[in-house]
Design a protein around this ligand. Structure first.
Ligand code: UGA
Length: 447
């Protein structure tokens, strides 16, 4: 099939490369000539495992091309995916400016039938807005449909998620759109293809992310309770997860959710509800709990060190999750400034995220980037883990201990077994494994 893609960020690049790999002819456009130049040279502009290899292979097979010219996309495709960003506005609504700009650009180019598919996360009813925008700028004789085919890709495993999805949601309001999208996916995927109307498909995307966020915040409240009463949240989540009605995923307690999707979609979903007079208070609480995670971690660091002023603190992890270089809405962006403000000297290490971190928080004498976890630990009074990179699980902990001034670890991702860590000579603090009472001033006070 001839596919067009608008926007070659994380969703657009992965969609373009995977559809090409499945044998389709893909033309992808981006406004940024630098991004287009790099992709055309086989150089992804984001870090995503497996993307580079697949990009290079499909450029060679000539199934994939990149351009800055929208006309080229329109003349070379039958199905056009909208993959541009929908960042949050300051009032929490999704900013649809980029999506609307694309449809205004392509509307006058509609010639013959085209299927225009929303892939970016958009609030329910966006297709209605897009149709009126297109009708304003298109030739009245032009024929097109707007459909929704939301993505459920996770950064870090996006290629795998694209090629092995749990389900594919297809939102269509016409038979022609339905059969085109079914044709696109049916031959290549064995998962359920869930067909619904466009509004429902749009809503499914927001509901999925909001539900995942709810699971995480629920477990984080359970984690705080575990901390206070001396129970272990990891055991609780494993036991809960064995119940198939609950499911084992997204029950990892710790610093909570970040990234460019969950926090943004949660806010947007609350706004969509408010617009029709519904107070989605549950989700407002989910957000409040999530924001409180860094404060809880910082309190533990402060108490463990008896004040951070003048202390050296090693930070492991800048990205919002492992296997990505993305630091958007990452806990590091909240934790680092607070520790700096409190007078700590920081040494930060992340396997992929340091250059993006530097764009948000410039390194200086007080905030140094280092090249390994061991460099970060050297001379540190405490080591604070913010991201669950598997590299951190495999550290030589005795080496870390010998490099540190004091063997204190505050783990925001619950990577290690507390009993083992204490046996290895660490003061090991977690979020939810019953150690609040080990820190003076935290935990339930005796009556
Ligand atoms: C999320 C969804 O998982 C995807 O299905 C969706 O397509 C994507 O948003 C999107 O809307 O584009 P992503 O943001 O890449 O994907 O990351 P997740 O794997 O969902 O993790 C989000 C955050 O939750 C991370 O900060 C992670 O550390 C945190 N998390 C995840 C937990 O704190 N606990 C868990 O058990 C799982």
């Amino acid at each position: 099939m001839r596919i067009g893609i608008f926007g070659t960020g994380y969703v657009g690049a992965v969609t373009a490369v995977c559809l090409a790999d499945l044998g389709h002819s893909v033309t992808a456009a981006d406004k940024d000539p630098r991004v287009v130049g790099k992709l055309a040279d086989g150089e992804p502009t984001i870090y995503e495992p497996g993307l580079r290899e697949m990009l290079v292979a499909n450029l060679k097979r000539r199934r994939l091309r990149f351009t800055t010219v929208p006309d080229e996309v329109m003349s070379r495709s039958d199905v056009v995916f909208l993959c541009v960003g929908t960042p949050p506005r300051s009032d929490g609504h999704a900013d649809l400016g980029q999506v609307e700009e694309v449809v205004r650009t392509i509307a006058p180019m509609l010639d013959g039938y085209k299927l225009i598919v929303e892939k970016s996360s958009v609030p329910a009813n966006t297709a209605t807005r897009l149709r009126s925008e297109i009708n304003r700028f298109a030739d009245p004789k032009s024929r097109y449909d707007v459909a929704s085919n939301p993505e459920f890709l996770r950064e870090g495993t996006a290629i795998h998620d694209f090629l092995h999805p749990d389900r594919i949601v297809i939102g269509v309001d016409s038979e022609r759109a339905r059969s085109l999208l079914l044709d696109l996916y049916r031959g290549s995927f064995s998962c359920p293809l869930y067909v619904t109307d466009v509004k429902t498909a749009e809503l499914i995307k927001h509901a999925a992310n909001a539900f995942l966020a709810t699971k995480i915040s629920f477990m984080n409240m359970v984690a705080d309770l575990c901390d206070e009463i001396g129970a272990d949240v990891v055991a609780v989540s494993q036991a809960l997860g064995l119940d198939r009605r609950i499911g084992r995923h997204f029950l990892d307690a710790g610093l909570g959710f970040g990234g460019s999707c969950l926090p943004k979609d949660l806010k947007a979903f609350v706004k969509v509800a408010a617009e029709v007079g519904l107070d989605f208070a549950l989700l407002r609480e989910v957000e409040r709990i999530n924001i409180g995670r860094t404060e809880r971690l910082l309190r533990k660091v402060d108490r463990a060190l008896d004040g951070v002023e003048g202390k050296t603190v090693a930070i492991l992890g800048a990205t919002f999750k492992p296997n990505t270089d993305d630091v958007r809405d990452a806990p590091s962006l909240r934790v680092i400034p607070k520790l700096k403000e409190a007078g700590a000297a920081l040494r930060v290490y992340d396997p992929q995220g340091l250059s993006n971190l530097a764009k948000m928080l410039a390194p200086d004498d007080q905030l140094r980037h280092v090249e390994s976890a061991y460099d970060a630990a050297r001379g540190a009074h405490a080591l604070v883990i913010l991201t669950d990179w598997s590299e951190f699980r495999e550290l030589d902990l005795q080496r870390i201990r010998s490099l540190m001034q004091a063997p204190i670890i505050v783990d925001g991702r619950n990577l290690f077994d507390p009993v083992d860590m204490r046996a290895q000579g660490f003061e090991y603090y977690t979020l939810g494994r019953g150690d609040a009472s080990l820190i003076p001033g935290m935990g339930t006070e005796p009556q």
